[in-house]
Design a protein around this ligand. Structure first.
Ligand code: CO
Length: 439
C-alpha cells in the first residue's frame, strides 16, 4: 500500500504550525487547482462547475464546486472539520523577567496534554497585526513562523521531584507553564527584546506591531515509524488530518462531474466550543450556502429544498485502541489503526451519526472499497463531541460523524495509521459523487 497520501499530510502539517498557516496553505492548494477566492464583502456571480473558496478571518475556510444539477433537487455534499488544535497560546504581555531569566507567559488553549510540551524543541507561529496607515482600521496582518527552536519548558530534575514516575507529571497551569526565552540582559527590558525578535522575523518596524496571536508549536517534523512505516506521528493530527483528507477528496472528485454542489467547510475554535464569528456555531456555513443558492437564482423556499437534499459528513479524529490501557475502551467497539475510517456513534448526540447516516457511510466505504469500523465511547467515561451536531442542527442537515483512529489525542505528538489516510480520502471522494437518491 502507498505511503503517498500520508506523506502529503505530514508535509502539509509541517508547513502549518497554526490554524492561520493551515488555512493559507489550503487556500494555495486550492489556487493551484483552479479555485478562486470570493469575499463575503463582495457580490457573487456563480456558474455550474465554478470552483471557489471563502476565508473568514484567516483561520476558517469554505470551498465549493457548483454542481451541474438543479440545486433544489440535488443539494449540497458538505465535509466539515476543524482547523485548530489544543495547545498553548502566548499572552499579550507575555515577556517578563523571573529572577535572571526572561520567560514568556502562555494561556492554555482547549485541552492539551500539558506534559507533552515539556522538554521539547518548541517554537512560535501565528498572526501578527501591524499598523498600516492613518485610520484605526488600517491594520495589516502577517503570518509568522520561527522555524528554529526558540522557547522551552524544561522539566524539574527527578532529584527534586522524586514522585514524578509514581504520581505522573503534573504542571500548575499558572506557575509552571511560562516558557524560558533568554537570560536577562541589563540593557534591554524583556518586552522590548521580544518585540525586536518579532520585528526582525517579519522585517518590519517594531513600533508598528500592535497585537499578535501566537501558538506554541513543535519544531520536530512529521515521521513514519514501524517496520513497514505503517504508522506516523506529528502534531495537530486532530484535526488537520481531516482537513487535508477533505481537501484532497474534493480535488480527486473533480475527475467526475457531479449534480450536487460539493463543499468543504473547516472551522477554527472547535477546541474551545465553536462559538465565535468564524466557528462551526457561527453563520459562516449558512451564509455561504445561502449565497450559493441566491447566486443560482433560488428563492427562499427552493433554498430550503436544497438543504433538505443535503448531507453533512463531519470528520474528526477517533480514539484508536491502545492495548496498554485496554480498560478504557468498550470491548466490542475497538477502533484499530490501519483498519479504516471509524463511524462514531453516540445515542446522546455527542456525535451526529444516526442509523440512516451510519448506513449511508457504510455504503460509501463499500463502493470505495475501503474498510470501515464502528466506535462507541465507554458509558463510564464522558464522551467528547464534534462540529457535527452543531452544524447539523443549525441547518437541519442529516449528518454522520466519522474520523480516522489515532493514539494520544491532544498530545503535542500524536500518532495514527499510515494507510487510513488514503482510505478516508477515497470514502470522502465517494461521498462527493453520491447522488440525491442516496441521500
Ligand atoms: Co478534534
Amino acid at each position: 500500500m502507498s505511503h503517498q497520501a500520508a506523506q502529503a499530510l505530514l508535509t502539509f502539517i509541517d508547513q502549518s504550525p497554526s490554524p492561520w498557516h493551515a488555512v493559507a496553505n489550503l487556500a494555495s492548494r486550492l489556487d493551484s487547482q483552479g479555485f478562486t477566492e470570493l469575499r463575503e464583502s463582495e457580490a457573487w456571480a456563480l456558474k455550474a462547475g465554478a470552483r471557489h473558496y471563502v476565508v473568514r478571518d484567516q483561520s476558517s475556510i469554505i470551498a465549493f464546486v457548483v454542481g451541474d444539477g438543479a440545486l433544489e433537487q440535488h443539494g449540497f455534499r458538505i465535509i466539515g472539520a476543524h482547523t485548530d488544535s489544543p495547545g498553548l497560546r502566548v499572552k499579550p504581555n507575555a515577556p517578563h523577567t523571573a529572577g535572571p531569566m526572561v520567560r514568556l507567559g502562555v494561556e492554555v488553549y482547549g485541552g492539551p496534554i500539558l506534559a507533552t510540551f515539556t522538554d521539547r524543541d518548541l517554537s512560535l507561529a501565528g498572526r501578527v497585526s501591524l499598523r498600516s496607515g492613518p485610520c484605526a482600521f488600517d491594520v495589516a496582518s502577517r503570518l509568522v513562523h520561527f522555524e528554529q527552536p526558540l522557547v522551552r519548558i524544561p522539566n524539574l530534575a527527578i532529584h527534586m521531584n522524586r514522585a514524578v514516575n509514581d504520581e505522573g507529571l503534573k504542571l500548575h497551569k499558572q506557575r509552571e507553564l511560562p516558557m524560558m526565552l533568554s537570560v536577562v540582559e541589563s540593557q534591554l527590558p524583556a518586552a522590548q527584546g521580544f518585540n525586536r525578535l518579532l520585528a526582525e522575523q517579519l522585517g518590519v518596524d517594531g513600533k508598528d506591531i500592535l497585537a499578535f496571536e501566537l501558538a506554541v508549536c513543535d519544531t520536530q517534523k512529521g515521521a513514519f515509524f514501524g517496520p513497514n512505516r505503517e504508522f506516523f506521528a506529528n502534531s495537530q493530527l486532530d484535526n488537520l488530518a481531516s482537513c487535508h483528507a477533505g481537501t484532497e477528496a474534493l480535488l480527486d472528485s473533480l475527475t467526475q462531474d457531479a449534480a450536487a454542489t460539493r463543499v468543504i467547510a473547516f472551522f477554527d475554535h472547535e477546541e474551545v466550543g465553536s462559538t465565535s464569528h468564524k466557528g462551526a456555531d457561527s453563520s459562516f456555513l449558512e451564509d455561504c450556502l445561502e449565497r450559493i443558492a441566491l447566486a443560482a437564482g433560488l428563492m427562499r423556499g427552493a433554498y430550503k429544498q436544497a438543504l433538505a437534499q443535503s448531507y453533512l459528513l463531519s470528520a474528526d479524529m477517533a480514539h484508536a485502541y491502545h492495548p496498554n490501557y485496554a480498560e478504557y475502551y468498550d470491548a466490542e467497539h475497538q477502533a484499530v489503526l490501519n483498519q479504516g475510517p471509524v463511524i462514531k456513534h453516540n445515542h446522546n448526540v455527542r456525535y451526529a451519526t444516526d442509523g440512516l447516516s451510519a448506513a449511508f457511510f457504510l455504503r460509501l466505504c463499500e463502493l470505495a472499497e475501503v474498510p470501515c469500523q464502528k466506535y462507541v465511547h465507554r458509558n463510564d467515561i464522558p464522551c467528547g463531541s464534534t462540529i457535527g451536531p452543531l452544524a447539523g442542527a443549525g441547518l437541519g442537515l442529516r449528518a454522520v460523524d466519522v474520523g480516522n483512529p489515532m493514539w494520544s489525542m491532544h498530545s503535542l505528538r500524536e500518532s495514527a495509521g499510515t494507510f487510513d489516510h488514503g482510505y478516508m480520502i477515497k470514502a470522502m471522494r465517494q461521498f462527493f459523487w453520491s447522488t440525491a437518491h442516496q441521500a
